[in-house]
Design a protein around this ligand. Sequence first.
Ligand SMILES: C[S@@+](CC[C@H](N)C(=O)[O-])C[C@H]1O[C@@H](n2cnc3c(N)ncnc32)[C@H](O)[C@@H]1O
Length: 264
Amino acid sequence: MRLDGHLMPEEPSQPGKTWVQGTTTEGASDSRAVARAVREMFTSIAPRYDLLNHVLSANVDKLWWRQTARSFERALSRPGVKVLDLCCGTGDMAFAVMRQSPAARLMGVDFSHAMLRLASAKSRTRSLYALVSWVEADALQLPFADRSFDLVTSAFGFRNLADYDAGLREIRRVLRPGGECGILEFSQPAGLLGWLYHLYFRHVLPKIGTMLSGVPGAYAYLPSSVARFPSASEMLARMRTSGFSKVAWRPYTGGIAGLFRGER
Ligand SMILES: C[S@@+](CC[C@H](N)C(=O)[O-])C[C@H]1O[C@@H](n2cnc3c(N)ncnc32)[C@H](O)[C@@H]1O
């Protein structure tokens, strides 16, 4: 299957996948409760988040952040380019953008205070302190004026929103006309890789995650939220409906992850 010029051999048919509003968590009755549970979960794993990320992904995550930043080379080469990294966590996507474009004016947004403290500490040790502003806010209610940014990135954060369409509308609102967005997310590859990935993601990763983080449940949420996330074709359709043009999805590492992009 081809989507907007990008080959998508890895996208499975995902039979039985139904339309969802956003992520969900056990026992949460509405989107506010979901958001609260998601924030508490990320706050609880924050101290071990980086370690777990690198262990569980065998450091491939670093490659994906770099690849994403590189794919916006043209936008990032503009002097004074304004970039928002949404759901920035401990800041690694933002740092990859900074490396690609040291003159960018960059903001990292997350609603977990614990994650932002770690991001801020990391930027200090990397001498990037003056270059990135860390803002505690909800991605669904951004404290920025319309048309504020040239580029909005989000790595592995968008999937956790309680309302995907509201998230897309909010990203579009803060982009200037012609501005671009890049959403990096996990995907579900097909074939043998998909089978191995399923085995690892469902049965191995939650055990290692629980052991290293000491937080039961947090790493069971990861595979279930990925399984619930819209297929690439549905996500692209949602992006179009939210007013994005030139939408496309590019698989990374055999479709384990992939980058959605679109233009306002
Ligand atoms: C899996 S982490 C990704 C962090 C980072 N972008 C990375 O690539 O490592 C997801 C982050 O999204 C944040 N997040 C989830 N929902 C959010 C929301 N509605 N508003 C702001 N941040 C949110 C969480 O607090 C968490 O730090």
